[in-house]
Design a protein around this ligand. Structure first.
Ligand code: C5P
Length: 394
């Protein structure tokens, strides 16, 4: 497995379109990019550092004089795999063309060797001014990709060429540069998510803390990459998942029934759900009176993944493990015992990861080196697992 999280610097110039880059940042994160925002000082008039820090979950600096001990203009330039500057104003384009280094962003552009996409947005008169035309030509001749702004209404009453392109168009262009291709078209990906509930009586159940966020991230990422996605959702929200087939289930036995039916047709199974290991022997049809609720006799649930492995015919199987101790040893043992191709083990001690936007742990696979992940978004993990799946599917 050679995949790593793709680090992006999102440079933001001082145009009113800066507010649209908040949405752009979100969509980049959905696609598994890890994004550091570097605004120009004057762009903070439009969108402030607090917004960028909250959305990116990372510190935001505008000058080389912030956090000098980090030497950010060098370290960030080296860490970034790709640069995206959106919006790029006429002034920012002129400064990059001239090789100036008067804020952190322009320092970074000079110091990096990463591919750079520039998305201009400005008044048509400024876009068509010979100075800008010449600057854009120069930047393109240096190998930078400069998008054409869209034609239409501007902030005032004027119209013409200068509008910030639609987020989807920017993402499409950026993906073509980063190689984030639709590599799962025609592939059927079956994902289980959430946590099963094992009924005690009509009111009470045995459950677990799984929120289903990781399964949503996997389904979203697989849809973006062109897959047919079927999500078997146990007690989780599936609102934001347009385009996926969703089957809602409650208990482990419900989930087993659906997965047994769907598994033969899939190319990849990602078993992300937290399946209860045991269920009450008796399911009462009436609510148990408080005074009789003293003990619950349990019996094991079937191990769905292990059973599916018995009937697999070439499907790729990826499991999850949540551990509070001996993470690696037990994950490696499960990889073999359950007949999996890969497993992601996360450390859930002290309530970490459940319900959060980020995860940390390790991907172990039968082929290739293990990948240790230190606090990455669940979207990024989803893309890493799908990178692995796409690689294996050839
Ligand atoms: O054994 P453990 O529960 O840690 O294994 C975790 C993996 O096995 C997860 O992928 C989970 O979805 C799956 N599993 C299952 N059936 C069970 C328990 C876990 O398929 N009864």
């Amino acid at each position: 497995m050679s995949a790593t999280v793709r680090e992006v610097v999102l440079g933001v110039g001082a145009g009113i379109a800066a507010y649209k880059s908040c949405e752009l940042l979100r969509r980049l994160q959905d696609r598994g990019y890890a994004v550091t925002v570097v605004p120009t000082p004057s762009s903070l008039n439009f969108v402030g550092s607090a917004t960028w820090e909250a959305l990116s979950g990372r510190p935001v600096n505008t000058q080389v004089w912030d956090n000098v001990h980090d030497v950010a203009h060098v370290s960030l330039a080296q860490k970034a795999d790709f640069f995206l500057i959106a919006p790029a104003t006429a002034d920012l384009i002129a400064r990059i063309t001239a090789g100036r280094a008067d804020d952190l962003l322009t320092n970074l552009v000079l110091a990096t060797e990463a591919p750079l996409l520039i998305v201009p947005a400005m008044h048509p008169a400024m876009w068509l001014d010979p100075a800008t035309v010449e600057n854009v030509r120069t930047l393109r001749s240096r190998g930078y990709v400069v998008m054409e702004p869209e034609v239409g209404r501007l902030t005032g009453t004027d119209s013409g060429q200068g509008r910030f392109p639609e987020t989807s168009a920017i993402i499409e262009k950026f993906d073509s540069i980063t190689g984030n291709i639709r590599d799962l078209v025609g592939k059927r990906i079956l994902i289980s998510g959430g946590g099963t509930r094992e009924a005690i009586d009509p009111v009470r159940f045995i459950g677990n803390r799984s929120s289903g966020k990781q399964a949503c991230a996997l389904a979203t990422a697989a849809l973006l990459r062109g897959a047919d996605v079927h999500l078997v959702a146990a007690n989780m929200s599936t609102q934001a998942l347009a385009g996926a087939t969703i089957t809602e289930v409650e208990s482990a036995l419900d989930m087993q029934r659906v997965l047994m039916q769907e598994f033969p047709q899939c190319d990849v199974l990602v078993m992300c759900a937290a399946v209860a290991d045991a269920k009450p022997v008796m399911k009462f049809t009436e609510k148990i009176k408080k005074t009789f609720l003293t003990s619950i006799e349990l019996e094991p649930n079937p191990d769905i993944l292990a059973e599916l492995a018995q009937i697999k015919k070439g499907q790729l199987m990826i499991g999850f493990a949540a551990e509070t101790s001996d993470h690696l040893e037990s994950a490696r043992a499960k990889l073999v015992a359950k007949g999996l191709d890969a497993i992601y083990v996360n450390d859930v001690s002290n309530g970490a990861i459940f319900g959060k936007e980020t995860t940390q742990g390790m991907i172990l696979s039968r082929t290739g080196a293990d990948i240790a992940l230190k606090e990455v978004s669940k979207d990024a993990l989803a893309h890493l697992l799908l990178d692995y799946a796409a690689g294996q599917l050839g």
